[in-house]
Design a protein around this ligand. Structure first.
Ligand code: ZN
Length: 256
């Protein structure tokens, strides 16, 4: 795989966040796509163990929030050189802004905010809201919510074509990678392949197994959805012991 060349980092006029552009020149690449780890170390480790050899791990955000091990997850994200964008929980955990959160999620954000160490805070603060890469000639765009609203918009698998077209119009890309819903999705819209790998740390499609995607980029694009069993009982126990709302552990048993 070629060495990355950082093209530029440009200010995003719509916010204080920034956009990173990178280019990689290779015949084909295998990329792992993950999202919404949510401080669930067991699920994240299980996904990393399941992963074949990949050239890069991309993450659509929400490294923290909900679970009891934000520092451990961020350390692993850093050591495995995961390229991530910022999610709404990441943003809330550094800013303290919980305007869009329900009471349980807000409580988890406050907990996370009070426990994160300086390294974790530094890494989370450095995450871009949008990431654009050129991989094996394909333009890949990563964002947590949608290109239209990077942090907060939900694009569920049943989103109407027109809505999906409007929400992704701003992405000049062949592949748009999203997270936020915790529900796997694969759609084609106006020549763009839109992928949501589902949730690593809190799947919400009634399947409790951690969800992620392996994407092969060559003359064509191949996408494989993978599900991985992990010890959600251990995660739930840690959530309970940490004093986080217990339902954040219970829901993991049901994949909801
Ligand atoms: Zn999330």
């Amino acid at each position: 795989m070629g060495r990355p060349s950082e093209k530029e980092t440009v200010a995003d006029p719509q916010s204080n966040f920034y956009l990173s552009l990178f280019e990689y020149h290779c015949v084909w690449m295998r990329i792992a796509v993950i999202s919404d780890i949510h401080s669930n170390l067991e699920a994240f480790k299980a996904v990393l163990n399941d992963m074949p050899r990949v050239d890069m791990i991309l993450c659509a955000g929400d490294l923290v929030g909900y679970g009891a091990e934000p520092n451990e997850v961020v350390r692993l994200v850093s050591s495995r050189k995961v390229r991530s964008v910022m999610g709404n929980h990441d943003y809330a955990s550094i800013s303290g802004d919980t305007t869009w959160f329900n009471p349980v999620a807000a409580q988890a954000v406050e907990w996370t905010r009070s426990r994160m160490n300086p390294e974790a805070k530094r890494l989370i603060s450095s995450l871009p809201t949008r990431l654009e890469l050129k991989l094996s000639g394909w333009r890949v765009y990563v964002v947590h919510g949608s290109p239209r609203d990077p942090l907060n918009e939900y694009l569920f698998p049943d989103v109407p074509n027109r809505e999906l077209a409007d929400a992704t119009r701003g992405a000049d890309a062949d592949v748009v990678i999203l997270g936020h819903t915790h529900v796997p999705m694969r759609r084609m819209i106006l020549g763009k392949l839109v992928i949501n790998p589902g949730g690593v740390g809190q799947p919400r499609d009634r399947d409790p197994r951690a969800s992620y995607v392996i994407m092969k980029l060559g003359s064509e694009i191949e996408v494989e959805n993978r599900r991985v069993e992990y010890d959600f009982r251990a995660t739930a126990e840690k959530i309970k012991k940490a004093g986080l709302p217990e339902e954040l552990g219970t829901r993991l048993f049901f994949g909801w």
